[in-house]
Design a binder for this molecule. Structure first.
Ligand SMILES: C=CC1=C(C)c2cc3[nH]c(cc4nc(cc5[nH]c(cc1n2)c(C)c5CCC(=O)O)C(CCC(=O)O)=C4C)c(C)c3C=C
Ligand SMILES: [Fe+2]
Ligand SMILES: [Fe+2]
Length: 346
């Protein structure tokens, strides 16, 4: 408790001490028009954690070529999946639902001493705005939780960087923690397995192949020490072991390649065509690196990757949605939060 006995009458009011839990997602454009898309892509693709080329080399290409073309192409894709009722992207709608459910679970356990909110790395609501809001509401301790099951520089690290930059702006900084990757937690693997078993209760009903498609990163990031590739491989293994399916039935692939460099392989779009040509008629795709459905799953997997499979002779393509606001997912996230609040709630 703060000691207020010696406060002068004009002292700024001090709110009661709270604990903030700030979950963080990637971010999404405010709209799908050219300028909203350009603003979002500019912020995203200017991030050195995402594209690490020197600015003198990269910025002219980004500003003069990529940002004149890609906002149209990506904007058209966002338009196809847009949540018109709420006038926002699915990533935004789902992140809001996850936050509400996580808040309900944590406040049922710890009361409103715990404040739960979300922020984005790019676009709105920005991480600095949410950190400032938490501090203003009296959060003297903040747990920052990037919603990426597997760690990578272009996601987890840049989200954390932004959190630390936000703290730099605070006069009275809260104590701060960041939550680690959670790809190998039994509760997360269990939530993934249950999402598969809802469609395929037994291996006898299973598709010929379950493709675990992760967002890719340049192959070079792996050799430079990013553990993302290994954590993706382990996620697939743990999921397969929990399902008890044959090794040949569950594969790891990487999607969303951007630019001319080699990215992690095999590329999903090529691998599903290869599977079809090899006689695999029924496949299912799951995207364990995405905590919520977004353009990369709803458009890229459901459209481009599905077409690639069917054009190569595949017949039955099922996309298994992300964990989104599934109860089992929220329980797994709550478990990560509670573990990382240790010592703060006693
Ligand atoms: C250009 C390099 C990119 C890297 C490296 C990258 C890594 C990466 N991204 C995610 C998760 C998401 N990415 C999303 C969209 C998206 N990603 C890139 C580029 C890179 N991502 C772009 C240009 C875009 C925008 C869409 C497009 O123009 O194609 C999204 C979806 C956002 C949404 O609003 O729906 C997510 C989520 C991970 C997990 C990752 C590395 C591990
Ligand atoms: Fe991405
Ligand atoms: Fe994509």
């Amino acid at each position: 408790m703060r000691d207020t006995t010696h406060m002068p009458a004009d002292h700024p009011t001090l709110p009661g001490e709270k604990i903030g839990v700030l979950i963080a997602n990637l971010g999404t454009p405010d709209n799908h028009d050219y300028w909203s898309m350009r603003r979002y892509l500019n912020e995203f693709l200017s991030d050195k954690r995402v594209i690490d080329y020197p600015a003198w080399k990269w910025q002219p290409i980004l500003q003069a070529i990529i940002l004149t073309i890609r906002p149209f192409k990506s904007g058209a894709n966002y338009r196809k999946i847009w949540n018109n009722e709420a006038d926002e992207s699915p990533l935004m709608t789902i992140t809001k639902a996850q936050t509400e459910k996580l808040r309900a679970v944590l406040q049922a356990r710890f009361g409103d001493r715990v404040m739960v909110d979300f922020a984005m790395r790019y676009g709105n609501p920005s991480t600095p705005s949410k950190v400032a809001e938490m501090v203003k509401s009296g959060c003297s301790r903040v747990l920052f939780f990037p919603l990426y099951p597997q760690y990578s520089g272009p996601t987890t690290a840049t989200a954390n960087d932004q959190f630390f930059r936000a703290l730099m702006q605070e006069t009275w900084q809260p104590a701060a923690r960041t939550a680690p990757a959670y790809f190998d937690r039994p509760s997360y693997i269990e939530a993934l397995a249950q999402s598969v078993e809802r469609t395929y209760p037994t291996e006898a009903e299973a598709p010929d192949v379950l493709v675990c498609s992760y967002h890719g990163v340049p192959e070079r990031y792996l050799t430079e020490g990013d553990p993302y590739h290994c954590q993706c491989q382990k996620t697939t293994r743990l999921l397969r072991e929990r399902l008890g399916w044959d090794k040949a039935r569950v594969v790891t692939t990487f999607q969303s390649k951007f630019g001319p460099e080699e990215w992690l392989k095999p590329y999903t779009v090529e691998e599903v065509a290869r599977l079809a040509r090899a006689g695999k008629k029924r496949i299912a795709v799951i995207a364990p690196a995405f905590s919520s459905d977004c353009i990369e799953t709803l458009e890229e997997i459901e459209e481009e990757i599905q077409h690639s499979f069917k054009d190569a002779g595949g017949q039955d393509f099922t996309y298994l949605p992300c964990l989104n606001d599934d109860d089992a997912h929220i329980e797994a996230l709550a478990e990560v939060v509670v573990e990382n609040l240790a010592g703060w709630l006693d």
